[in-house]
Design a protein around this ligand. Sequence first.
Ligand code: FAD
Ligand code: NAI
Length: 466
Amino acid sequence: MAEYDYDVLVIGSGPGGYVAAIRAAQLGLKTACAESRETLGGTCLNVGCIPSKAMLHASEYFEAAAGGAMAKLGVEVTPKLNLGAMHGQRLDAVKQLTGGIEYLFKKNKVTWVKGLAKFQNAHTVDVGGQTVTAKNVVIATGSSVTPLPGVEVDNSKGVVVDSTGALELASVPKKMVVIGGGVIGLELGSVWRRLGSEVTVVEFLDQLLPGMDGEVRKEAAKLFKKQGMDLRLSTKVTGVTVKGKKATLTLEPSAGGASETLEADCVLVSIGRRPNTEGLGLEAIGLELNKRGQIETDPDFRTKVDGVWAIGDVIPGPMLAHKAEDEGIAVAENIAGQTGIVNHAVIPSVVYTMPEIAGVGLTEEQAKEAGHEVKIGKFPMLANSRAKTNHEPDGFVKVVADAKTDRVLGVWIIASVAGTMIAQAAQAMEFGATSEDIAYTCHAHPTHSEALKEAAMAVQGKPIHI
Ligand code: FAD
Ligand code: NAI
């Protein structure tokens, strides 16, 4: 009889966990995945990437019709919002994609053990009352919303909500206040602004989107303001009180000072996410967390406890689905005795607003801080023929290259299709490209991607179209 029920037990079926489980099974390992939700796919498929993009996509069409962008193209329509149908297509996307993971589990013979997992010891896990043993256990429990002390979220009432509540509001709030000008606040704030809400974003720092390139952050703030968002930078929320269907927020300057109040029909709390480790029984296996509450691993995703591995949002690094997925593949390959590697220096990030905002590698500031002498090449989307033709003039491409070696250190893009364009930059960087390599690569015309070529040419000092 086998010593363990499974070769691999993955805890959590988000983009990290489900990908790890499938790859482990593909490599011939007997694999199970513990998931406590009713559906597979984790945060990303159920309440994150997918439903938010469904609402962003639909609301963008609504705004294009209502705001006159379609009329400009000669398509005259009188739009009427059917919010129920909009939510319906969101739920449909979630149902199809989470069902797709269930199908992939069956196809690859991954057993879904339903329930909450808790370690008994490093190889024995209680999953909703069932004991499961495994030679290797991968922790892929993801993250959840960071609460704001003194602010109580109640998604069922729809007044003070987190991202999950903000995806499913039953009506368009007249006034919405977003606490936190990060990715979630700007994406979901954009959804409701497009559908008619007056949106105010309260951000603690002096700029939106921490972690992004400084010029991109400034330009993004300009564009969101132009779109009608009220941005309250360097401001903190000190309290929220709710009376019936109305909320009153108390704000003050981040550095301290006179407070003021703001009324809202809906408050979105989006100040970050924190790793899910509570209730996992980590004390039973002697696994400690770092100061940020994360599980530390070595580059192969091994924790300090033999046979226990960890990936995704629960470990350090950007909390992104594709980062979790790549770690899922790598951890399974490492468990199988292969060499699974993730290059954490080249992980793109994308904000799916209009225009999209994307980046990969180092910001100009980070490159300088790391001691690089840098050369910068910039190209405005206004001078890109396709963007101009499509009436998408906002944004630019910025290439950060090392002045001595010309190697590309980072690429930052604001453009309608920045999320698609950034893949090319990531691939170039993965192959160690110089800006000259990109500048001399033939790009199809007319495409938005030509702006990346021209920004690379600008590093060389000779773009054609500006
Ligand atoms: P998760 O997806 O969080 O999955 C963890 C799973 O583990 C969950 O299903 C949970 O139920 C389960 N679990 C936890 N504890 C236990 C336990 N003890 N027993 C059993 N099961 C357990 N990222 C992007 O890259 N692009 C985007 O566009 C994007 N949009 C987002 C939009 C929103 C609104 C949010 C909230 C997040 C978004 N993200 C996006 C982030 C992305 O969702 C996460 O980075 C990603 O889901 C992390 O994957 P994971 O596998 O580590 O964990
Ligand atoms: P975030 O870290 O992106 O932004 C949080 C913002 O809140 C920061 O700008 C921070 O300075 C600010 N903040 C913190 N405390 C505050 C306070 N008290 N008052 C005012 N502002 C405050 O976190 P967010 O937006 O909640 O998203 C969580 C994670 O989910 C992101 O880090 C990202 O990795 C992931 N995500 C990714 C998406 C994508 O890839 N498109 C979309 C949505 C989420």
